[in-house]
Design a protein around this ligand. Structure first.
Ligand code: HGY
Ligand code: MN
Ligand code: MN
Length: 418
């Protein structure tokens, strides 16, 4: 292929149909959302469906030791592929586009190119990575982190969820512990299409987000241990109530984001009281604090102040505290050349564009460690995501997928043979 064919376009009905078909797997009744937590039966069913589509296209499908699945066009050259992909695991109250769009748009791009019979200088590939969400097994982006050699496979296989289930056992249970070696061979380049999951593109009425970076992420598990006692008979002066400290921490995280300002965000989304009974002062409270910032030094300052507050609040209440980092990734800058190419392709397709950082973590931030990488965002209605009401209009799905098509095609040409 010498010059890109801008007239080539994905089949948006087929893309939307596949998104609908996949959303039926783990569908949350009465909503348009789905629940496919990593390595659950629902995730397995989603994996089976997508790998069937991959096989139906005649792609070479490989599964590696952490359950990542990559499908590559057969190609005589043996050159490394231009790759796209994302994830098909979801949070427990997930929408149908987060991650799924990136995987199914990649499949759609490949089917479009195969149907058009276009000869490429190097193959295209699409993959889905295990446990991108990190909701069940921390850290998030677990599969892509192992894929690029950021975490040893043997360590990843030992990670447990809150109920004590182990990654390696769950992979075996669903039949997705593959044989492909890890770390994987680096692709030639990687481009991920994803919904923005925020309000920027919609607020500014811009069609395509040209993603320049991903902000830093810090997840710290806080375990507070007090003494359970009767909620009625125990005098307040004798109580050592970890539930109170947990609530103070959640409130402080919000205060801290106000004090630091700028790009600082934070929340406590996971909080468990034990025994969690109305008339028992808790014996323990476990929470995970999510802090993020586009600037590493500021994120470290936020972490320092949060840890200081936790120590003081626990001491005041006389409870013990244990901190454990369960995810920590510095901000990642994407490749300037690929960013420019995404912007150029979107412009040639007459779409409005805007450069922005990603507030969410993505598999692309791991692939950026091993090859030239960037991302494409498309609108999220109302900026809502990690919510069953997540929605992106068909025309925006198609716009994102066509920018992905053109960008990937350009990256296969000798012009990008770096
Ligand atoms: O948490 C995140 O940013 C991503 O959804 N895993
Ligand atoms: Mn995602
Ligand atoms: Mn997500």
């Amino acid at each position: 292929m010498t010059s890109p064919d801008l007239a080539l376009s994905i089949d948006s009905d087929r893309l939307v149909q596949r998104l609908d078909d996949l959303a039926r797997v783990g569908a949350i009744e009465g909503t348009t959302g789905c629940a496919r937590l990593a390595l659950t039966d629902e995730d397995c069913a989603g994996r089976d469906l997508v790998t069937t589509w991959m096989h139906d296209l005649g792609l070479e499908v490989v599964i590696d030791g952490i359950g990542n699945v990559v499908a590559t066009m057969p190609h005589p050259s043996g050159r490394s592929p231009v790759m796209t992909g994302s994830h098909i695991d979801t949070v427990a109250t997930g929408g149908r586009y987060d991650g799924n769009l990136g995987v199914l748009a990649g499949l759609e791009v490949i089917e479009t190119v195969l149907t058009a019979g276009i000869e490429l200088h190097r193959p295209l590939a699409v993959g889905f990575f295990t446990d991108e969400e990190g909701s069940r097994f921390q850290p998030d982006m677990l599969g892509s982190l192992v894929y690029v050699g950021g975490l040893a496979l043997e360590d990843a296989l030992l990670i447990e969820d809150a109920a004590g289930a182990v990654v390696g056992d769950e992979l075996d249970r669903i039949g997705y512990r593959g044989a492909a070696p890890l770390p994987a061979a680096a692709p030639h380049a990687f481009v991920e299409l994803h919904i923005e999951q925020g309000p920027v593109l919609e607020d500014e009425d811009v069609t395509i987000g040209v993603v320049e970076s991903v902000q830093g992420i810090s997840w710290t598990e806080v375990t507070l241990t007090g003494r359970s006692c009767h909620a009625g008979t125990t005098p307040m002066r004798l109580r050592r109530d970890p539930g109170v400290v947990a609530a103070q921490i959640a409130a402080y995280v919000r205060e801290l984001t106000g004090e630091i300002g700028g790009a600082q965000v934070g929340t406590v989304g996971s909080l468990t009281l034990t025994p969690n009974l109305v008339n028992v002062v808790p014996s323990a409270a476990t929470l995970i604090v999510d802090l993020r910032n586009t600037d590493e030094a500021t994120l470290q300052e936020a972490e320092r102040r949060f840890r200081e507050f936790v120590a003081q609040a626990a001491a005041r209440e006389g409870v013990d505290v244990e901190l454990r980092s369960v995810a920590r990734f510095e901000p990642v800058a994407f490749d300037g050349g690929v960013i420019d190419l995404v912007e150029q392709c979107a412009g040639e397709l007459q779409h409005t564009t805007r450069r922005l950082p990603s507030g969410a973590g993505h598999d692309a931030q791991m692939l950026a460690r091993v090859c030239p990488t960037a991302m494409i965002f498309t609108k999220s209605v109302g900026g809502i995501s990690h919510n069953v009401d997540e929605y992106t209009a068909p025309e925006d799905l198609a716009a994102g997928a066509n920018v992905l098509l053109q960008t990937m095609l350009r990256l296969t040409t000798t012009e990008f043979d770096r």
